[in-house]
Design a binder for this molecule. Structure first.
Ligand SMILES: Nc1ncnc2c1ncn2[C@@H]1O[C@H](COP(=O)(O)OP(=O)(O)OP(=O)(O)O)[C@@H](O)[C@H]1O
Ligand SMILES: [Mg+2]
Length: 598
């Protein structure tokens, strides 16, 4: 995988991680916001519930107070009426008193009954109404009520003291009247100075008031007596539960402790209800229980949902630019990294192209060098041919001169002519043989073969032997170990020839006495070694490290500096071996190392 791909992959991975962590982070925030909201909202809604129910219960109490004062004002008004007082005292002008009662009961359609009962319990004046809103009529069937509890109660009242009964169901002839009629009695005693004459008593239909008390759009309201019996329940079947066979009680129904129920107000956080005591008078109280109704609960949860949704939307809306801002510099970093990697890749590509161009140039150079080497070899060959031919040509010209002088002096016999003729042919044969040797030597090998290195060295020797002999150089071959070499035999001979030629050049240049070239074949450390040693004084130290480079030469006019370069190339590439040189005391040693396993 290239670096750019790696960066791209890592960038992708980074984006993936960013998206995942963003989602995880957002989810975490959202969940925390949600939890916080739910908590805050439920606390808030509890607070609201408590505040609102408290407010509402105050209004309910006011409503009750209002009703009670209106009722008590009515009987107080009758009591303070002069016509009624004189009637109560004297029994005179009953008609006027009756008219007063009639006009008073008509004030409110909920007034059920208005009576004056004397101290013996006899009903003196009585006006009735059958149901709320029905017509008022004067009751003529007056009864004695001395046995009723309220008669006794009223006889014990102090002057101007108003008494309210419990709110209870109306009883007719000892039975609860059906349909049920919740009723309250309000009464005040009538005195003549300190003499108790009787009492005024007003019965009020309470159905409407009780309905008003328990009426609410946001709460389920229950009205109970102090023992927890329902007067009004959310389920109408449980209304007036104290009269039901199976007694149903708010304390059991809502799991309320007696001591909590007896408090003036009580708020249950856990069950979310609020209890308020409604005062009717000093002794008969009611309990109002508030529950949040379903609709309200739904509204509250809707409110929470709405809030959470708004916050979530807001969080999402905000988090996008935030995520962008966070990822922007890193993205930028990746971009510039990518750019840089691309630039480097491009440069590497260019470099590759440049290297290829250089390689191509090198190939061209190699080809040039090869050609130059061939030219040099040709020059050397011609030089060597000239050496080889020098003697036969000299001999031929001597023969020609001898023949001419013998002929001029008329001393040429047929015997002599034949001798010279034979000798000439020998010289010409020798020359054509030399040409053949050279032709063979410089012929290109067609294929690799296993050959004897001694023979290849012999072929090289044939090329230079004339000039070597001419210089008086002693060339010897020592075969310590016999081995074969795999490769192109002629190339190998050419390498040997190059080295011998160099040694010959050095020996000649330095004019060495007793010059020699020793070639030794031996095996060492699993290698086949051909060592060529001379006593020409050694390789110049300034160039010893560079003699295998092309164009390194000390022979300004005659040398090209390619001989050793080509030799090393051949040994390395075609023989898979090594060629190196070193000096010894008297001269140079060239070593060809070949793999013996070949
Ligand atoms: N036997 C040797 N003794 C001393 N110097 C040597 C010997 N062989 C090579 N050299 C040095 O190494 C140089 C390089 O040899 P190389 O054969 O590559 O080129 P050259 O002989 O100068 O020219 P040519 O291309 O004609 O062979 C020679 O010029 C010479 O200075
Ligand atoms: Mg040379």
């Amino acid at each position: 995988m290239t670096n750019i791909e790696k960066i791209k992959k890592s960038k992708k991975r980074f984006k993936k991680i960013l998206v995942i962590s963003y989602i995880a982070f957002a989810a975490l925030i959202l969940v925390s916001i949600y939890m916080l909201h739910v908590r805050i909202s439920s606390q808030e809604s509890l607070k609201h519930f408590l505040n609102n129910t408290t407010q509402n219960s105050i209004q309910k109490q006011r409503y009750i107070d209002n009703f009670l004062s209106r009722s008590s004002n009515l009987i107080k008004a009758i009591l303070s009426n002069d016509e009624f007082s004189s009637f109560a005292r004297t029994g005179k002008n009953k008609k006027i008193a009756q008219d007063l009662f009639y006009s008073m009961i008509k004030i409110d359609k909920s007034y059920m009954q208005l009576r004056y009962i004397d101290s013996n319990g006899n009903e003196i004046i009585r006006f009735d109404r059958k149901d709320i809103g029905t017509k008022v009529f004067k009751q003529t069937d007056l009864q004695n009520k001395s046995k009723r509890y309220y008669c006794k109660k009223c006889a014990s009242l102090k002057k101007s003291e108003i008494w309210f009964s419990n709110i209870d169901l109306n009883i007719e002839h000892g039975k609860i009247e059906k349909p049920i009629k919740p009723v309250i009695r309000v009464s005040i005693p009538v005195f003549d100075k300190n003499r108790y004459l009787g009492f005024l008593i007003l019965n009020v239909f309470m159905k409407r008031y009780l309905n008003d008390l328990t009426e609410s759009s946001i709460y389920d309201l229950y009205l109970c007596d102090l023992s927890g019996n329902f007067l009004i329940s959310k389920n109408p079947k449980n209304n007036w539960s104290k009269y039901l066979n199976k007694k149903i009680n708010a304390l059991n129904e809502f799991d309320i402790k007696k001591e909590d129920f007896s408090k003036n107000t009580y708020f249950s956080k856990k069950h979310r209800y609020f209890i308020k005591t409604l005062k009717i008078s000093g002794y008969n109280n009611l309990k109002l229980i508030y529950f949040e109704n379903l609709k309200q609960k739904k509204l509250t949860s809707q409110l929470i949902q709405q809030r959470v949704l708004t916050t979530v939307l807001f969080a999402i809306f905000i988090s996008f630019p935030f995520a962008y801002l966070v990822s922007f510099p890193i993205s930028k970093l990746y971009d510039s990294l990518e750019e840089e990697a691309e630039r480097i890749a491009k440069e590497a590509n260019n470099l590759e192209i440049r290297v290829q161009v250089e390689i191509e140039k090198n190939h061209a150079k190699d080809r040039l060098l090869e050609n130059q080497a061939k030219l040099a070899a040709l020059g050397e060959m011609i030089g060597n041919i000239a050496h080889q031919w020098r003697h036969p040509i000299t001999r031929l010209s001597l023969i020609m001169q001898n023949l001419k002088s013998l002929y001029d002096n008329k001393k040429l016999t047929s015997e002599m002519f034949n001798k010279y003729y034979k000798n000439s042919l020998e010289q010409i044969d020798y020359m054509s043989e030399t040409i053949e040797d050279f032709r063979n030597f410089y012929r290109e090998d067609k294929e690799k073969s296993l050959f004897n290195p001694s023979l290849a060295i012999g072929n090289a020797y044939k090329i230079v032997n004339a000039s070597i002999k001419h210089e008086g150089i002693n060339l010897s071959l020592h075969v310590k170990d016999k081995f074969s070499v795999l490769g192109f035999a002629n190339q190998f001979s050419q390498v040997i020839l190059n080295i011998i030629q160099n040694a010959k050049d050095a020996l000649e240049e330095k004019n060495i006495k007793n010059p020699y070239i020793d070639i030794t074949l031996y095996q060492k450390d699993g290698k086949n070694i051909i060592e060529i040693r001379d006593n020409a004084g050694g390789i110049n130290k300034d160039i010893i490290d560079k003699i295998f480079d092309a164009y390194t030469t000390t022979k300004q006019k005659t040398g090209t500096g390619i001989g050793l370069y080509m030799s090393k190339t051949i040994i390395k590439e075609n023989f898979n071996g090594n060629l190196y040189a070193k000096n010894w005391d008297d001269g140079a040693i060239f070593v060809i190392e070949l793999d013996s396993k070949v």
